[in-house]
Design a protein around this ligand. Structure first.
Ligand code: UDP
Length: 247
């Protein structure tokens, strides 16, 4: 298996997505990284993230520091098909996180959770401890922190985590990881958006059938209509991909 930097990528609007199927990515890259304590940064990018990177140079630089940019969002898969460089499959961040939690429990890896409201992150860790009784929770902290807060970084470092799940929403979570990554000797860092809300029971994922038909975005729109502007970004994204293909 080639190293992650030599592995196959598909570049969509200047963002290089890894194009390896989920199983190979996990078994040949992520598991060895965790076992050898390779420091890693994973971004799960959807069309909104790609569009945001066009407007925010600091954010784009942060994303470009990632070792893995995985395709989260039906729009990314569609864009890859339009480019005639089809990406294997969508890998939702929450599913990757579930896998990592199961693996962490099995291998005795320590997890830190940074993000969401205090009540949410507390409830989530309680739920996780019930679901994964042997999971080593190194610590947790709510996500309403300043990007300049060095104290929280020191606090996290002291807990010696192997995995650091950062749920501050984008673009804050990727900026936080890119800024403090160098302060750590080890760790698998991953931005996980609204996942803590789901694990705490505050929010729900779409039903299985909607996910299967790539309609998770529609479910979210129906549940949170105030997000319509974000969906608009997805359409803009597809139009741009189409325009670039012609150009
Ligand atoms: N959040 C946070 N700190 C902030 C802003 C947001 O911890 O300064 C949390 C928020 O409570 C929620 C998550 O980040 O749990 C954002 O969820 P959202 O679904 O908006 O994520 P996105 O899809 O935008 O990345």
């Amino acid at each position: 298996m080639p190293s992650i930097h030599e592995a196959k990528h598909v570049t969509i609007m200047d963002i290089p997505f890894i194009n390896i199927n989920r199983e190979d990515l996990i078994s040949f890259h992520i598991h060895p990284d965790l076992l050898y304590e390779n420091k890693r940064f994973m971004v799960t990018a959807n069309p909104e993230i790609v569009m945001h990177a066009r407007e925010d140079a600091e954010y784009k630089n942060a994303i470009k520091k990632a070792d893995y940019i995985i395709p989260d969002g039906a729009g990314i898969i569609l864009a890859s098909k339009i480019k005639r460089q089809p990406i294997h499959e969508r890998i939702p961040g929450i599913e990757m996180m579930i896998h990592l939690l199961e693996y962490a429990e099995k291998m005795g890896l320590r997890c830190f959770f940074l993000g969401a409201k205090d009540t949410v992150v507390r409830k989530m860790t309680k739920n996780l401890q019930e679901k994964y009784p042997n999971l080593e929770i190194a610590g947790y902290h709510h996500g309403y922190i300043s990007l300049d807060d060095q104290e929280i970084v020191n606090k996290i470092k002291k807990t010696r985590p192997d995995l650091i799940f950062v749920a501050l929403g984008f673009p804050k979570q990727e900026k936080w990881i890119a800024r403090y990554y160098e302060d750590f000797d080890k760790g698998f860092f991953m931005g996980v958006g609204g996942s803590f809300d789901i694990f705490s029971g505050e929010a729900k994922r779409a039903p299985e059938s909607w996910i299967r038909f790539n309609l998770e975005w529609l479910y979210r729109l129906l549940k949170q209509p105030f997000r319509w502007k974000r969906i608009l970004k997805v359409f803009q994204f597809i139009l741009l991909v189409l325009a670039r293909k012609k150009g």
